[in-house]
Design a protein around this ligand. Structure first.
Ligand code: NOJ
Length: 534
C-alpha cells in the first residue's frame, strides 16, 4: 500500500480532521446589534487558525424567521440579514481557506420554514393542489376532520404538542418539529431536484462539506400510518428509501471532492453504519459517545462499538462531546448523572463545575487521541458551562413546546466571552440576544490565552500535538479497573484515569501532555488524562 500521496492525503483531510462548530448567532458580533454575524467570524479567523482547527461547520446561516434558531430555512441560497450577505459568506469561505480552514455548511432537508416560498404557495393554492404535494397535507380524522391525521410524536423530546397543524381550509400539515417547520415530501421528484441544486450552489461557492440535519427523518411511509398500529418499519425514522437519496448526493459531492456528515441519531450502530457505506455519507456524528456517562467500561464499550461498526464500511468515526443541542460538557460531567439524555434535562440540577471541568479536560484528551475526526463546539475550548437562562429570555421552542418542563437548549448557546473587563465580555457592544451569566468574563478568550493552564491552552496544545497519533488504528493496553489506556501509531499512548486510585503510567520516554498535574510519585490522578511518547 505504501504512504498516501500528498494529494490523496489532502483529499482525505476529513478522516482525521478537527472540526469546529460555529453557531453564528453567538460566536462574535461584528456590527454591535447583539447578534453574532459573519463579520464577527471573519474578524476572529486568526483565533480559529491559532486554535489549529481544520474546518468550520456553520449551523444554518440562511434567511430564516429563527423559529428554531435557523433550522427553519426560508431561503437556502441567501444569508440571513442578521448575519450578513451572500457576498460576505463567499469572502469568509475564501479567507478561511487561505488560513488553511475548510468550510462545512448545514443543510436542512427534512423541513423548510413556513415562510419558504414553496409553503406560502401551498397555503395559497388550497387542498388537493400540486403545490401541497411538496409537503404532507392531509384531511383530519373524526366526524368533522377535527382530529390530527395520525399519532406521530413530536421530535422535540418532552413536547406533547401535536406534529400536525390544521389550516382554516380544513387541511392539516405535518411538522415533526415546530409548526414553523413543515416537513417536505421526499417522495416528490421536485424536492430531490431542489436539494441537489442547493448542494451544487454551495459546493460551487467553495464549501468543502455539508452537515445534513435530521438526516434519518426525511423519508415517510406514504400511508402516514399510526405509529402505534404499524411501528415496523418505522413510518418516519431510518427508512430504507433514504439510502437512494444519499447515494445520489454522494455522486454529486464526489464531483467537488465534497464530504458529508450526517446528523443520524440512531441507537443501533449497525443501522447507523448503513449510512456510511462507501457510496453514501462520508461520516456521521457519534451520538453514542456524546451520550455516554463518565464511566470507564461504558466509554470503552462505546469506543469499541463505534470502531467495530465503522470498520467494515471503511468510514472514519467521529468523536463529539457536545453541540448546540445538548448540555455543555463541563456541566454534564459535574452532575450525578453524567450521561446525556434529552428526556432527563431539568432546571436546577446540582452541578460541581470543578469536577466537571476536570473530567472535561480529560475527555478532551481522550477524544482528540482517538482515530477519526473530532468535533469541537464553540465555547467547549473555553470550558463554558451550561447557563441557566432567565425564563423570560428563553427563546428555544423546545422550552416553549414542553410547557416549560424542558429547560431547552439556550443554555449551551450563550454568546461567547472574548475580552475580560469589557461590556458583554467583548461579544458585542449591546445586550446580546441571550444574556451572559455575570461571571462570564472569567472564561474570556484573552484571559485564557494568557494562562498556560486554561482550557483554551489545553485545546490548542492538544490539537497541535494530535498528529503524533497519526491515522493508525487503536490497540488497548493492559490497565487497572477504571483506567483506559491505548496506543496509536508508532509510540503514542493515551491514558485516562477515571478511578479514585492514582494510576502508574506505562513506561514512557516523554510525557507529551496531561490534562492536569501528575502526583508527586509521577502517577496519574483520578479524572486526568495523559499523552505519552513510549
Ligand atoms: C437538529 C438540529 O441540530 C436542531 O437544533 C434542530 O432543532 C432540529 N434538528 C430540527 O431541525
Amino acid at each position: 500500500m505504501g504512504q498516501p500521496t500528498p494529494a490523496r492525503k489532502d483529499r482525505d483531510w476529513w478522516r482525521t480532521a478537527v472540526i469546529y462548530q460555529v453557531y453564528v448567532r453567538s460566536f462574535a458580533d461584528g456590527d454591535g446589534d447583539g447578534t453574532g454575524d459573519l463579520a464577527g467570524v471573519r474578524a476572529r479567523l486568526p483565533y480559529l487558525a491559532g486554535l489549529g482547527v481544520d474546518a468550520l461547520w456553520f449551523s444554518p446561516w440562511y434567511r430564516s424567521p429563527m423559529t428554531d434558531g435557523g433550522y427553519d430555512v426560508a431561503d437556502y441560497r441567501a444569508i440571513d440579514p442578521a448575519f450578513g450577505t451572500l457576498a460576505e459568506a463567499e469572502k469568509l469561505i475564501a479567507e478561511a481557506r487561505e488560513s488553511g480552514i475548510r468550510t462545512i455548511v448545514d443543510i436542512v432537508p427534512n423541513h423548510v420554514s413556513d415562510r419558504h416560498p414553496w409553503f406560502r404557495a401551498a397555503l395559497a393554492a388550497g387542498p388537493g393542489s400540486p403545490e401541497r404535494a411538496l409537503f404532507h397535507f392531509r384531511p383530519g380524522r373524526g366526524t368533522h376532520g377535527e382530529l390530527p391525521p395520525n399519532d406521530w410524536p413530536s421530535q422535540f423530546t418532552g413536547s406533547t404538542e401535536p406534529v400536525w397543524t390544521r389550516l382554516p381550509d380544513g387541511d392539516w400539515y405535518l411538522h415533526l418539529f415546530t409548526p414553523g417547520q413543515p416537513d417536505l415530501n421526499w417522495a416528490h421528484p421536485a424536492v430531490r431536484r431542489e436539494h441537489e441544486d442547493i448542494l451544487r450552489f454551495w459546493f460551487e461557492r467553495g464549501v468543502a462539506g455539508v452537515r445534513i440535519d435530521s438526516a434519518a427523518l426525511l423519508a415517510k411511509d406514504p400511508d402516514l400510518p399510526d405509529l402505534a398500529s404499524r411501528p415496523h418499519p418505522h413510518p418516519f425514522v431510518d427508512r430504507d428509501e433514504l439510502h437512494d437519496v444519499y447515494r445520489s448526493w454522494r455522486r454529486l459531492a464526489d464531483a467537488y471532492d465534497g464530504v458529508f456528515v450526517g446528523e443520524v441519531w440512531l441507537p443501533d450502530a449497525e443501522r447507523l453504519a448503513r449510512y456510511l457505506r462507501p457510496d453514501e455519507l462520508h461520516t456521521a456524528f457519534n451520538f453514542s459517545f456524546l451520550s455516554c456517562p463518565w464511566d470507564a467500561p461504558r466509554l470503552r464499550t462505546a469506543i469499541d462499538t463505534t470502531l467495530a461498526e465503522h470498520a467494515p464500511v471503511g468510514a472514519p468515526p467521529t468523536w463529539v462531546l457536545c453541540n448546540h443541542d445538548v448540555t455543555r460538557t463541563v456541566t454534564r460531567y459535574g452532575r450525578a448523572d453524567t450521561a446525556f439524555d434529552f428526556g432527563t434535562k431539568a432546571f436546577g440540577t446540582p452541578t460541581d463545575l470543578i469536577l466537571g471541568t476536570r473530567r472535561a479536560r480529560a475527555a478532551a484528551l481522550l477524544s482528540l487521541a482517538l482515530p477519526g475526526s473530532v468535533y469541537v463546539y464553540q465555547g467547549e475550548e473555553l470550558g463554558l458551562p451550561e447557563a441557566e437562562i432567565p425564563v423570560a429570555r428563553i427563546q428555544d421552542p423546545m422550552y416553549h413546546r414542553s410547557d416549560g418542563a424542558d429547560p431547552g437548549r439556550d443554555g449551551c448557546r450563550v454568546p461567547l466571552p472574548w475580552v475580560d473587563g469589557m461590556p458583554y465580555a467583548g461579544f458585542s457592544t449591546q445586550d446580546p440576544w441571550l444574556p451572559q451569566p455575570v461571571d462570564w468574563t472569567s472564561y474570556a478568550v484573552d484571559r485564557q490565552q494568557r494562562d498556560p493552564d486554561s482550557m483554551l491552552s489545553l485545546y490548542r496544545e492538544a490539537i497541535a500535538l494530535r498528529p503524533v497519533f497519526g491515522d493508525a488504528s487503536l490497540t488497548w493496553l493492559p490497565a487497572p479497573d477504571g483506567v483506559l489506556a491505548f496506543a496509536r501509531a508508532e509510540g503514542a499512548v493515551c491514558v485516562v484515569n477515571l478511578a479514585p486510585t492514582p494510576a502508574v503510567l506505562p513506561a514512557h520516554s516523554r510525557l507529551l501532555l496531561s490534562s492536569g498535574p501528575l502526583d508527586e510519585a509521577g502517577r496519574l490522578p483520578q479524572d486526568t488524562a495523559a499523552w505519552l511518547r513510549v
